[in-house]
Design a protein around this ligand. Sequence first.
Ligand SMILES: [Zn+2]
Length: 287
Amino acid sequence: MKTFFAILLLITQQLFGQTTLDKIQSLNLEIVEGNLLKYFSNGADERADNLEKLLGNSISYFENSLEVKESFSIAVLDSNDWVKVTNIPYGLPFVSGPPYIVCFPSSNKNVLGQIIKSVIKNYNLSEDYSKSDEELIEIFISMIGFHELGHIYAKEYGINFPNKWTYEFAATYIAYLYLTDVFPVEADIWLSISEILEKEIKPNYTSLKDFENLYVRVGVENYAWYQVVFLLRVAEVEKEIGTGLLKKLLNTNLTSSDKYLSLDMLEDIHPEFLSWAEKYKLIEEIK
Ligand SMILES: [Zn+2]
């Protein structure tokens, strides 16, 4: 979804010659420099602090683990400020740049927050994690922002992505690596909410082919379903080989066939990609 809107954004930038960072700077928001440079709307200081706690060490983490050095700032925006800087629906975190800035909503009252709220209410997550549903939703939305950040690192790391789904998969993989290592509880919350989303969402489309062809046009919920299914596989592989998959991907010239869309090559690198694809009907007739 965000790539599609990122393209829109790029067009807007070319038309008006203003980057998202320029636009955010022109809002005259409060700016605080800590581990990260933070811009935030009125009243969003606490959420900005929470995000800084989660993301502040990621720059040095990726420098050490992937040897990729990137810098970025964050913006936490209310809906009024949000619409002044982007056409992306309020609530869907996105990255713009370079210079990179990751934008988050300052409230859970948005399209993504509503979907999560409606699916987790019948589960006891808040008891399991001693956090309110609102806190859990905030964490989940933050994770989507980290996934966006994962795209920057995936690209800079040097892996070749022949299709959309492998690029989405790798972005989540990178975000999840950092979180499991540094914030295991938050990583677990991301996974638990995703397991619920997978159970509750009834997708119209399940094949990778449809994902490639339609992408964000599958609809917000169905798009979330695909991303969730990617995360479920990411978590399995991370448990088995940690950062190993990224290194293997770096040494493979990943290509895509019409039928398998890189799944057969991934199966060669690490087993069970095909059975995962079969489980979620990512390929209709796999055998
Ligand atoms: Zn993405």
